[in-house]
Design a protein around this ligand. Structure first.
Ligand code: TRP
Length: 76
């Protein structure tokens, strides 16, 4: 992917509990965490896949909306 290319793929994450973590994983050979954002109940994060971010991991209870539909993550 071009260095400055960002996709149009927005992902909406709404925390349904306190302490939901939205974790960005790096693009490329090396897949590692590069950012972790903590959301409290009711908070919303709107994120994109970028040249830095190839995957997003969500820990905790949340509603996730993307172009592929809606999914709910759960707590342990
Ligand atoms: N600096 C990161 C980037 O440009 C910010 C980011 C974008 C991010 N999407 C994310 C961080 C998803 C966590 C999760 O890639």
């Amino acid at each position: 992917m071009d260095k400055h290319t960002i996709t149009n793929d927005y992902v909406i994450i709404k925390a349904l509990d306190d302490g939901v973590n939205v974790i960005g994983l790096t693009r490329g050979q090396d897949t590692r965490f590069h950012h972790s954002e903590k959301l409290d109940k009711g908070e919303v994060m709107i994120a994109q896949f970028t040249d830095h971010t190839s995957a997003i991991k969500v820990r905790g209870k949340s509603q996730i909306i993307s172009a592929y539909g809606e999914v709910f993550s759960d707590s342990k």
